[in-house]
Design a protein around this ligand. Structure first.
Ligand SMILES: Cc1cc2nc3c(=O)[nH]c(=O)nc-3n(C[C@H](O)[C@H](O)[C@H](O)COP(=O)(O)OP(=O)(O)OC[C@H]3O[C@@H](n4cnc5c(N)ncnc54)[C@H](O)[C@@H]3O)c2cc1C
Length: 215
């Protein structure tokens, strides 16, 4: 058995969508001996969400959207011209069920459980990505200087302790920095007019820029 699928069966598998999820799923299934076909509405693979995201590989920052305070924020977003999340109200039962499930997960307890699950799978995915690069020799420009999340207010620094508990739980290296520590990590911040109360640095994070996307 591999990935829960019997190798002996050599199945014919159809994958809908050739983003990062579809192509990597196809890769591992084909490597396990299955006959895999990937179809996409676009002329080439990876032309939608996987095409031009921020390129951050930051397992420690993986966090659920549903969390304490989100329902209140969602009401404010409804009144914004450019909200970070757009929900089109609909009577679709699947949409209503999804919204109720999101609401049920907006508690501190559910957030902690979901964040821990996301960090665990993100750490695993990062390790798989490193192995995949070695196996396929896919080349891309990469920076490995970590990431720094800045907090404007002390209450945000204090609120980070819940995320830090999860980082501790999964052995993700981190640094909690005061303003001076943030400037030491990123000297360009010394001239920033922004108020900086502190920051959370994940030194093992990386960024990637694809060089060979369409080859
Ligand atoms: C602005 C932005 C920034 C982001 N930054 C980061 C980041 O820094 N780090 C990070 O880890 N993640 C980031 N993400 C998230 C990340 O990009 C996505 O989670 C990831 O690309 C999703 O991959 P996917 O394969 O599920 O979807 P997609 O890449 O969207 O692939 C889905 C594919 O399915 C095809 N498809 C859809 N419907 C059909 C259909 N009906 N018939 C045929 N084909 C169909 C599409 O054409 C597409 O190729 C960011 C996302 C956004 C929007």
């Amino acid at each position: 058995m591999s990935n829960g699928i019997s190798k002996k069966s050599n199945m014919k598998i159809l994958i809908l969508g050739s983003g990062v999820i579809g192509t990597t799923t196809a890769y591992y299934l084909a490597r396990d001996g299955h006959e895999v076909t990937v179809i996409d509405r676009r002329g080439r693979p990876g032309l939608e969400t996987s095409f031009a995201n921020a390129g951050e590989i930051s397992p420690g920052y993986a966090s659920p959207r549903a969390g304490p305070g989100i329902p209140q924020k969602a009401i404010k977003w409804l009144m914004m011209a450019h909200p970070p999340l757009i929900l089109r109200a609909s009577l679709d039962p699947a949409m209503i069920e999804w919204m109720l499930r999101v609401l049920a997960n907006c508690t501190s307890k559910a957030y902690a459980i979901n964040k821990a699950r996301m960090v665990r799978i993100a750490e695993y995915s990062r390790d798989l990505m490193i192995a995949l690069r070695a196996e396929t020799a896919i080349a891309y420009d990469e920076r490995m200087q970590g990431t720094l999340q800045l907090f404007h207010e002390q209450k945000q620094v204090d609120a980070a302790h819940k995320d830090i508990e999860v980082l501790e739980q999964y052995g993700v290296p981190y640094q909690v920095l005061d303003r001076a520590g943030c400037i030491a990590a990123e000297p360009g911040l010394a001239n920033s007019p922004a108020t900086i109360a502190g920051g959370l640095r994940l030194p093992h994070d990386r960024n990637r820029r694809l060089l060979h996307l369409h080859q």
